[in-house]
Design a binder for this molecule. Structure first.
Ligand code: GLU
Length: 561
């Protein structure tokens, strides 16, 4: 059957508009037609004209109308999409789930606020607790005094709250040092660990050549005595450690007699301690005593899982079920805690919520909802293949959530003031949200002059100011001469006039729209001033979170198209 290019364009443009809420660029659509149907290549000019009409038509439709049209033209678009979503949102089953469901944990180190990497662990574990019921422990792993600053606790708890995960109890490892010491002692008593006073370099060399260090042969009594003196603070940092007896012939040197306690000469904000457990010890003791049944964590913990198995064996405990997911690289933002901290100190970043950072605080500031992050992480899933985090997917998930509820406004960046000759004074009315008429209208009083984007007036002879009227445009000097030419939308469409946003010259708010790599300045509707903390859609520009308003000036952060 021969292809009807008009229908081809319409379906493609509608699919794009429904998925991304923006009309695609003409070049992309044209390229698609020519690629799939080379027979049209000789008619590029005619096709361009047909396409322009189609894109204008789609532009003028509301979101609902777009969906309706697309349902008629291409019902399979919807069935296909729904099936896909169903399939990817569910994760594989967990093995060995008991009658009481699961006990899982989210175990961040409070070295700074949480970022997208933490969100993955938090949401994957949360997913299973919701699915199988049970308990979800937030375990704050604050056993490295050099990486714990007092304010980090509050930052972390705020982030956990923002994530909206189903935490049933919170545990601080700094409250559990006596327990770790008790089990440390037990491990020494059963011959599973020894106290080592070798110089760390000497130990490393011995270890790398599969040789035992002299301390390994110490009697249990001697080890207990050293342990007592270690706890009493007799040894400075770096001179003593407790090691698990593993296998000095293990093919992986990292498994050979690893450390489980050390001395740290640095104050801890919550406790007065000298001897600190290493994570492999504290994690095993806690997972066991807190009854953790399943652990979903990153592949970077595989070596720890192997190390921890030695401790489980010595105590005769069953380890939880582990699942290690692949690495996730996150481009375009700063993630390293030390780089963030340094940047905040030197003023490169404003704070932890600076939009150049990959913290949850930064993405919240950019108008991303926690639910979008959750959906994204569940879609990414627990696969073991390393992946690259897709900001595009995160934006698409967020858009699906904000599009139905966010109010629409005009924002005019790089504005030029226009007096429209012959125009009547009118009040334009536009729906706050075309998907939800119950939200009502916003009204814009046109009193003779308005602001429009300079770029929108370039190279056109006529424009339609959205929801207002049409005007002819002529360049003049630095600006433009505009004349009223009627209010018919039909007429504007027939003449291929672009439909552009505007704000009244008298009533508006100054607006700065920031993204990680750009800054737009201009005017927006007055109504935006009452949207602080909300995500709105700036028509033809994209979604943005209104961050603040002061003295008639709005600062907004760009979220996505
Ligand atoms: N606190 C560790 C981390 O943030 C997690 C420990 C674990 O999952 O066992 O990497």
């Amino acid at each position: 059957m021969p292809v009807d290019p008009k229908e081809f364009f319409l379906v493609y443009a509608l699919e794009n508009a429904v998925t991304h809420n923006s009309v695609p660029k003409a070049g992309a659509v044209l390229g698609m037609l020519m690629g799939k149907h080379p027979e049209f290549r000789s008619q590029a000019k005619e096709m361009s004209a047909v396409l322009k009409d189609v894109l204008n038509e789609v532009e003028a439709l509301s979101s609902e109308e777009r969906v309706e049209r697309l349902k008629k033209l291409s019902p399979e678009f919807f069935t296909h999409k729904d099936e896909k979503k169903e399939k990817v949102r569910g994760l594989r089953e967990l093995k060995n789930v008991g009658e009481n469901g699961v006990v899982m944990r989210f175990a961040p180190n409070p070295s700074g606020p949480l970022h997208l990497g933490h969100a993955r662990a938090a949401y994957l574990n949360d997913y299973y607790v919701r699915r199988y019921k049970g308990r979800y422990i937030l375990r704050i792993e604050d056993t490295d005094p050099r990486r714990v600053e007092p304010e980090n606790y509050g930052l972390l708890l705020d982030d956990v709250k923002w994530l909206g995960i189903n935490i049933t109890e919170t545990v601080y490892q700094s409250d559990r040092f006596d327990i770790y010491y008790e089990y440390g002692k037990k491990l020494i008593e059963i011959g599973g660990a020894y106290v080592c006073t070798c110089d760390s370099e000497v130990f490393r060399e011995l270890k790398n050549s599969k040789k035992e260090c002299p301390c390994r042969k110490n009697s249990i009594e001697k080890n207990l005595e050293l342990w007592k003196r270690m706890l009493a603070g007799e040894f400075p940092e770096g001179t003593i450690t407790v090691r698990v007896k593993t296998d000095m012939n293990h093919p992986d040197p990292a498994m050979r007699d690893f450390s489980i306690f050390r001395v740290v000469d640095h104050p801890h904000p919550k406790i007065d301690a000298k001897v600190y457990p290493m994570m492999n010890l504290s994690v095993v003791i806690d997972d066991h005593l807190l009854g953790v049944t399943h652990v979903i964590r990153g592949k970077d913990h595989i070596a720890n899982t192997r190390r921890q198995a030695y401790i489980y064996d010595y105590f005769g405990w069953n380890p939880p079920e582990y699942h290690h997911y692949g690495r996730m690289s996150i481009g375009d933002v700063v993630l390293s805690t030390s780089a963030m901290k340094e940047g905040i100190k030197t003023g490169i970043y404003t704070w932890w919520d600076d939009i150049h950072l990959g913290t949850l605080k930064a993405i919240a500031r950019r108008g991303i909802l926690p639910e979008a992050v959750r959906n994204c992480m569940i879609d990414i899933g627990v696969g073991q293949t390393d992946i690259k985090f897709s900001w595009e997917n995160l934006f698409a998930e967020n858009k699906a959530l904000v599009d139905p509820v966010s109010n629409r406004y005009f924002f005019v960046p790089s504005p030029v003031r226009c007096d429209i000759a012959g125009a009547p004074k009118v009040t334009a009315k536009a729906l706050l949200n075309p998907n939800d008429e119950s939200k009502g209208y916003r009204s814009l009083d046109f009193e003779g002059s308005l602001y429009a984007c300079r770029d929108d007036l370039k190279d056109v002879s006529m424009v339609r100011f959205k929801d207002l009227f049409n005007a002819t445009v002529k360049p003049e000097g630095d600006g433009f001469t505009l004349k009223y030419c009627g209010k018919s939308l039909e007429d504007a469409r027939n003449k291929h006039a672009p439909i552009i946003q505007w704000v009244p010259a008298g009533k508006n708010a100054r607006c700065t729209l920031l993204s990680p790599d750009s800054k737009m300045e201009g005017f927006c509707e007055e109504g935006v001033m009452s949207e602080v903390n909300n995500v709105v859609q700036f028509e033809r520009i994209g979604f943005a979170r209104i961050d603040s308003e002061k003295g008639g000036s709005v600062t907004a952060y760009f979220a996505h198209h």
